[in-house]
Design a protein around this ligand. Structure first.
Ligand code: DAT
Ligand code: MG
Length: 136
């Protein structure tokens, strides 16, 4: 089995879309291995988003991800689970995300795009280790 990290971001929790988002992943055939509502502190956000440090949107991103509780989860599937989740999510910019994707159906703004999913097998292992050590 193969695992990846999913975060239903603060906007998803605030808008009551966690069930919708996790439901889509479950209907696809993925399973929850762990899930916890957490307010992500700046240090954890900095580790999680280390690749974006120095970019113009970094400060806003770290403050957004910690502004209220997020649902942090590990999901599992048979193979390349990170890729399956990314396909269901749609592209980063909801304006470019096609209908049928989570971002395409439910979001309008880049800064409020509802869901994080690891972008490679290596990222999945690294990110799971940040939030759920030992579960990767
Ligand atoms: P993704 O979340 O699709 O993996 P990413 O890793 O490139 O996208 O960026 C992380 C988050 O940062 C993204 O979900 C929204 C925000 N972001 C990315 N690029 C941005 C930009 N050009 N302007 C504002 N926010 C941006
Ligand atoms: Mg990313």
């Amino acid at each position: 089995m193969n695992r990846t990290l999913v975060i239903c971001k603060p906007d998803a929790v605030e808008r009551g879309l966690v069930g919708e988002i996790i439901g889509r992943l479950e209907r696809k055939g993925l399973s929850l291995v762990a899930a916890e509502l957490r307010t992500i502190d700046a240090e954890t956000a900095g580790r999680h988003y280390a690749e974006h440090e120095g970019k113009p949107f970094y400060g806003e991103l770290v403050s957004f991800i910690g502004r209220s509780p997020a649902l942090v989860a590990v999901v599992e599937g048979p193979d390349d689970t990170w890729k399956i989740v990314r396909t269901l999510m749609g592209p980063t910019n909801p304006a470019e995300a096609p209908p049928g994707t989570i971002r395409g159906d439910l979001a309008t703004e880049m800064g409020e795009n509802l869901i994080h999913g690891s972008d490679s097998a290596d990222s999945a292992a690294r990110e799971i280790d940040i939030f759920f050590p030992g579960l990767a």
